[in-house]
Write a protein that binds this ligand. Sequence first.
Ligand SMILES: NC(=O)c1ccc[n+]([C@@H]2O[C@H](COP(=O)([O-])OP(=O)(O)OC[C@H]3O[C@@H](n4cnc5c(N)ncnc54)[C@H](OP(=O)(O)O)[C@@H]3O)[C@@H](O)[C@H]2O)c1
Length: 335
Amino acid sequence: MHERTIKEIDLKGTYLPSESRYDDADKLYNRCGRSGVKLPKVSLGFWHNFGGVDAYERSRAITHYAFDHGITHFDLANNYGPPYGSAEETMGRLMDDDFRPYRDELFISTKAGYDMWPGPYGNWGSRKYLMASLEQSLRRMHLDYVDLFYSHRFDPETPLEETLQALVDIVRQGKALYVGISRWPLEALQKADEYLRAHDVPLLIFQDRLNLLDREPINKGTLDYCREHGIGFISFSPLAQGLLTDRYLNGIPSDSRMARGQFLTQDKLTPELLDYLQKLNQTATERGESLAGMALAWILQQPGVTSVLVGASSTAQLEKNMECVQAKPIQQLSM
Ligand SMILES: NC(=O)c1ccc[n+]([C@@H]2O[C@H](COP(=O)([O-])OP(=O)(O)OC[C@H]3O[C@@H](n4cnc5c(N)ncnc54)[C@H](OP(=O)(O)O)[C@@H]3O)[C@@H](O)[C@H]2O)c1
């Protein structure tokens, strides 16, 4: 258990968000599919940089910068950390320290679907797992409900109806306002869309990887399906975990995700890829933009995309990423 220092206790409740946070609201938000909800074009993900291993004050500063600039959507999952669950605990501390008065201005999501606790009920897509996991998530985040609850991945062994009915019942119980699915194959997405619509809990959003290096949702027709059926689309790892920034153009910095080597490994950075990234960077420079800003803008300009779900290890990175909201139209960027 974290021992709070006097300084931290003193800081509790002193955060006053910027009064200008919604000044550019007409530029900052997209409607999510055909729902009543608008999401920020840039959303903040808690996969990295918000765990128990990370410095709380740095995580806290990133969320302040985000909220001060109109980023109202924070995305979590049960197993974000490390250790598992600790990003949600950070969210709980942030609620207590800073964000409780602003709960109704925040759109907080969490997920279950990957390995979380030992035994047969802590993984995949059973009703047993989803229901228990959300209970745990709410306790860790000090919340009564989440705005959005996701099935984090498709489970080929659990009947699709069982997973989906659990999502429906979670909404009926008031523990989530909306539901989403992430990384489901297109055919299963179609079935989910039909099932949830028939049960009066329409699918709010689909979460999948889409960036300049991975265009599968476009090539496979997933993005088109979402757009045509009024489902929002949010792109995770929109910067390919940092590859689509200036982070690796001149070597591998010791404090980077690639240097840590668990989720982004050095073998990804082939000479061909580096060459492509240099060319993209050149194009961005000619446009008067950063590579990160241009890469995010490219995603946001794909018809049907609601939001890019970025990660950031500093407020400076997030500041740069926000530039995409102002970017000029992009014609064609080849692979
Ligand atoms: N549904 C799913 O299965 C799934 C899977 C993955 C992610 N997600 C969601 O998507 C969110 C984002 O994923 P991600 O962290 O991979 O996103 P990302 O935005 O592609 O990568 C974020 C990382 O790139 C680097 N970076 C970001 N902005 C930068 C900038 N302006 N200049 C230089 N470097 C920059 C930082 O790494 P350094 O540490 O090197 O500074 C940062 O942590 C997650 O937090 C999570 O919410 C969902």
